[in-house]
Design a protein around this ligand. Structure first.
Ligand code: TYM
Length: 344
């Protein structure tokens, strides 16, 4: 278990959508295919993050297992020996490390997190939980506990990766320069995942806002469980603009740029190349049809794989991984406890 680590997590509150797939799952399965053998691959469900916003707790447990199946449907090879899948709450060291990190994280830092500020302004400060405010520290613990260097995530998580780096550097400075492996800088993360830039898929109905599971926006969001034909309708109805010429420009043409980004990721080509191919064309409907077709093929394939996931294999892998991760995380936590003076 001495290989460098690639790690990512996807929360289980509600159904996952195309943004989750393109921003978090796809880079992870591509990196696994490219680097397994050379790197350890940790893909986990941050289940303690699930109730930072209100959810139906009665459904959570099954949703968590469902999320793990989605990883397999997305292409994660769980038969690979360097790959681990686990639920955060089954490795209690995450919570303990969070408290320690909390004490080296500043109120101002967490207050500046855009994800927090966005949700707080929507829900109101009086009714949002301290958990929502504090979850970037839990996310930092998720990453630092396994010494992960690369953390493939969508652009909305960039600030959290930067915060994780800041906490790790601060504690390394104070205690021991080798205490934490500091995750790579954002630009290096993006380059490692072979992307032109951080990925942020937008709502199809409101392309200045990200596609999100916490906003009620069914026409703007493609769920991984959507019937392919329903998804085609959503793409064909995507909000664009009246300029009449295709050009990749997030500010002036957010809807068109979003479609180009979705297309590039689904056909696995650089965004710059796809943008060049379509640049100057005038038939928006042709672009929509091309995207709709790729989305349809993708969903069909994804859902076929989902139906074929072998649950017994999945649960076996899950339990074996959790057993091992408790050991790995326990050893690292002990070193951190020693560094801060809690252990001899
Ligand atoms: P979460 O569960 O909200 O999202 C899971 C992944 O999906 C990405 N994502 C998007 N990417 C592109 N466009 C979008 N519209 C879009 N919406 C979501 C997210 O960037 C993420 O990669 N805090 C994390 C979960 C987490 C985690 C971790 C991730 C907890 N601990 C440790 C990595 C490492 C979150 O809330 O993601």
């Amino acid at each position: 278990m001495n290989k460098p680590v690639i790690l990512t997590g996807l929360r289980a509150n509600g159904e996952l959508h195309l943004g989750n797939y393109l921003g978090g799952m796809l880079p992870m399965v591509q990196l696994q295919a490219k680097y397994a053998g050379e790197y350890q691959v940790n893909m986990f469900v941050p289940d303690l993050h699930s109730f930072t916003t209100p959810i139906d707790h009665g459904k959570l447990y099954l949703q968590i297992v469902q999320n793990l199946k989605l990883f397999v449907a997305a292409g994660l090879d769980i038969s690979n020996d360097d790959t681990y899948i686990y639920r955060q709450s089954y490795v209690p060291m995450h919570s303990e490390l969070t408290w320690i990190l909390d004490c080296f994280t500043y109120f101002g830092e967490l207050s500046r997190m855009t994800e927090f500020k966005d949700k707080a302004s929507r829900l109101g400060h009086e009714s949002i939980s301290v958990g929502l405010y504090n979850y970037p520290a839990l996310m930092a613990a998720d990453i630092l506990l396994y010494a992960a260097k690369y953390v493939p995530v969508g652009d909305d998580q960039r600030q959290h990766i930067e915060l994780t780096r800041d906490i790790a550097l601060r504690m390394n400075n104070k205690f021991n320069k080798d205490l934490f492996v500091v995750p790579a800088e954002w630009t290096e993360q993006v380059a490692f995942a072979e992307r032109d830039a951080g990925v942020r898929i937008k709502s199809l109905r409101n392309p200045t806002k990200k596609m999100s599971k916490s906003i009620d926006d069914p026409a703007g969001t493609i769920l991984l469980t959507d019937a392919p034909e329903a998804a085609v309708k959503k793409i064909m109805g995507a909000e664009t603009d009246s300029l009449g010429v295709i050009h990749y420009d997030i500010e002036a043409q957010p809807g068109i740029s979003n479609l180009l980004q979705i297309l590039a990721l689904l056909i696995n080509e650089p965004l710059s190349r796809v943008a060049d191919t379509w640049d100057g064309k005038t038939a928006y409907s042709d672009l929509k049809k091309a995207v709709a077709n790729e989305v349809k093929v993708f969903l069909h394939d994804f859902q076929t794989k989902l139906a074929a996931v072998n649950e017994a294999d999945l649960l076996r892998k899950l339990e074996a991984s959790e057993f091992l991760m408790r050991d790995v995380a326990g050893q690292r936590l002990y070193k951190i406890q020693q560094a801060v003076g809690l252990r001899p």
